[in-house]
Design a protein around this ligand. Sequence first.
Ligand code: SF4
Length: 689
Amino acid sequence: MNTDAVKLLQGRYCNSLTEYSRFVTREVNIGDVPMGGNNPIRIQSMTTTDTMDTIGTVEQSIRMVDAGCEYVRITAPSIKEAKNLAEIKKQLRQRGYNVPLVADIHFTPNAAEVAARIVEKVRVNPGNYADKKKFDQIDYTDLEYQGELDRIYQKFAPLVNICKEYGTAMRIGTNHGSLSDRIMSRYGDTPQGMVESAMEFMRMCETLNYYNLVISMKSSNPQVMVQAYRLLVETMVAEGMNYPLHLGVTEAGDGEDGRIKSAVGIGTLLEDGLGDTVRVSLTEEPEAEAPVAIELVKRYVERKAESEKQKAEEKELSAFGLQPSASHSPYEYKKRHTYEANAFIGGHMVPRVVLDLSKKNLKDASILNDAGYLYSPLLDKYNMAEQSVDFVYLADELPSFVFPSNLKQLYNYTTWQKLPDKTNCHPVFSLREYLEAGNHSSALNLVRISPADIDSDEFGSLPFDNSLVFVLETTALHGMADQRGFFFKLEELGLEVPVIVKRSYEFGVLSDEFESQKSKVKSQNERLTEDLELKTQNLQLYAATDLGALLVDGFGDGIWIDAPELPANVITSTAFGILQATRSRISKTEYISCPSCGRTLFDLMVTTQMIRSRTSHLKGLKIGIMGCIVNGPGEMADADYGYVGSGTDKITLYRGKEAVKKNISSANALDELIGIIKEDGNWVEQEQV
Ligand code: SF4
């Protein structure tokens, strides 16, 4: 690795915390599609068919490539499937598809050695390549630990030598849920353990002069995943390595949850300039994954152009931009310390959610349904949903109905000032207004601010007291970093003011982008529906990236998403989804469901929906749904309960990591799972509203 790059990054995990700057990695050859270096960030996914179903796998691979996949991964659980990769490859080539293939290997070095002679890349999991997991806690002496590494080297070196001979690339893919007993015993299931798990294999590769490597650090918990990748970069650089990074959140789930969770993890790292290829794992058809990955990656093409323009204008990027405060570590979660603003926001309170209803029909109380306050005209009362916002912003508009007492209203200062009854109503000021206003609220004052304002004279003259809360806005292209810089400066100044992070999104007409790809002429209604779906997805991905990246670092006491083109209920659900994915505020059941692959033993999509339909009201519970037990129960990482395929029509149910019902019929499995949840006292009946 070039020594300047080492110096630039020494002790750090990215080039800049304030400007978009991609971490340039070593270029790795994978068939005709190189990865890393200055290549575009590549898109990939994995088939879900049985690898022995040649036609099915070929057809699915073609659909994936047509959807935008640049690499296709296929599972090879044994030598039989590994050999069949040759037939799959042949048929794909015959049909004009030269997409590089990747063999996914767990446990079976012999299958890996066959596959490495056929496909362009093999993925090995260092947690199980040469080890069967026994969940043994062993205290290794240094000598014993080294003995284990020597044993692994003997098993791993033949594969590396085959890869060298055939020009095959390799991904060393660590998974938080399947770390070896050796790593668990010494490091626990920590980001450091994940990094060390990969580094051990990387060092062996380098000893064998093999460098065609790609690395991943996946977890179903975006926070752990982000910390592990960052630590990996710092560790790699310290050892003079710069291998490309494959980004992914495992078992992200489906629909909105899957998109938001993926964006929080993958998006945060892309914001840091990290990542050379992206795989979004959704419990959906694999061709649904590439468009999501493409959308996540697309934003950085523009950023790259902008940072190059800045360089050309000689606004040279500083080595690392702003320095984080000494109390901030990118490798562990620590919420920024703030004061509690008169029991409204900040301190130990969960992040608050603000929703803008100022442009809605404020003559109709049912508009508050979108904010999570379900109005019953019959009883003339509100019921609170699981996801009910804390503040609504009404700007200068006055509602003509009575609000529920626990929902706070925010008004622009000039309007607030004139309200005859200010109960539950709070002012929003500009910075100047706040300085000049004769009348502040004794309870809560929100002041809009941009990151640059912190260096202004006005900021210097602010009167600080416990009623003050900032609403942090940005118009910068690299807005997350702009806002992150503000938090660093607040910490430097020792200011503990709570901050609501606000982001605004406008999308324009999106369905036109896809018009040329579709042969069918769409009706106006179809266009509108498609447009709304695309905007909803983009909001989930962008807001989860921008706000999630701050929340995983412990920044933000509240979030405010402004997206005038989207219905208010979509914004509410996105906001709570982001808080759930960052584990900063839990408002629903979490499903840790695998994307399925050729090892899957039941229909994951149907099963996930079925489980969701009966358990989605169990707020705070985490349920793992896995197609197979290849990686052991650890794959579910921190799920409370697990529903795992253990044979044809057979399910094993877990309580934490303990199998409590083995190989039961899938027909009764959900009822049995609910029975276990009830036994544990974790079941509540669904409320009928
Ligand atoms: S857990 Fe799911 S994705 Fe992972 S190997 Fe098993 S079936 Fe495939």
